[in-house]
Design a protein around this ligand. Sequence first.
Ligand code: ATP
Ligand code: MG
Length: 209
Amino acid sequence: MAGLFISFEGPDGAGKTTAIKSIVSKIEAIDSRKVVVTREPGGSKIAEEIRQIILDPQHTEMDDWTEALLYAASRRQHLTEVIKPALAADQIVLCDRYVDSSVAYQGGGRQLGTQAVAQLNDFAIQGVYPDLTLYFDLPVAVGLQRVRKIGAGFDRLEGEKLAFHERVHAAYLQLVAANPQRIKSVNAAQKPDQVAAQCFSIIQQYLVK
Ligand SMILES: Nc1ncnc2c1ncn2[C@@H]1O[C@H](COP(=O)(O)OP(=O)(O)OP(=O)(O)O)[C@@H](O)[C@H]1O
Ligand SMILES: [Mg+2]
C-alpha cells in the first residue's frame, strides 16, 4: 500500500494529541503529500456508535472480552472507512492511538493477555500495521499527574488505578522491545516543543522530499 501510516501511542496524558498538532505543519513543509490527522474511532459514524456502546456508563455488566472485541470492531471500521482510503490516495496518516493501545490496555491493563489481544486485532486489521509507531515514554505517575492535576500520594482506590496503569506501561514496554523496527520511543517527559522535535526527527526519515 502507498502512503505513510504513523501511529502515536503511550499512556493517558503523555502528550500525544499535543505533539500531533505541532507536527502536522513540520511535515507539510517538507512532504507534498496530504496529511490526515485521525484518532480512533475517527470520523466514522459506525465506529463512533460502537465506541458509544463501550463507553456508556450504564453498561457496567460489559464483559472484558466484549470490550476488546468492540474496540477491534470499531478499529476495523475506522481502518476501512478512513485509514485505508487515505493510504490508497498516497496520503500521510497520523493516527492518535491504534492497535497497540488495545494490546496495552485490554491485554495488559485488563489482563486479557497481550498475545491474545494482539491475535484478536490481527484478525481485525488484516496486516495493516503502521509504518512507524511513536511511543510516548513517560513515568506512569507523571502521566496521571498531568491528567488529574494531583500531587503525590494515592488513596486506596487511586492505588488500584495506579496498578492498572502500571500494567499498561509494562505492556507498552514489552511491545517496544518486541518491535524495534516499527516502534520508536520518544522521551515524553521533555517540554512540548522538544517532544515534537524528537518526533519529527524520527518521522523525517520516512518523508519524501
Ligand atoms: N511535554 C509536555 N510537558 C508537560 N505537559 C504537557 C506536555 N505535553 C502535553 N502536556 C499537557 O498534558 C496534558 C495531556 O496532554 P495530551 O492531551 O496531549 O495527552 P494525550 O497523550 O493525548 O492523552 P490522552 O491519551 O488522554 O488523549 C495536557 O494538559 C497538555 O497540555
Ligand atoms: Mg489525546
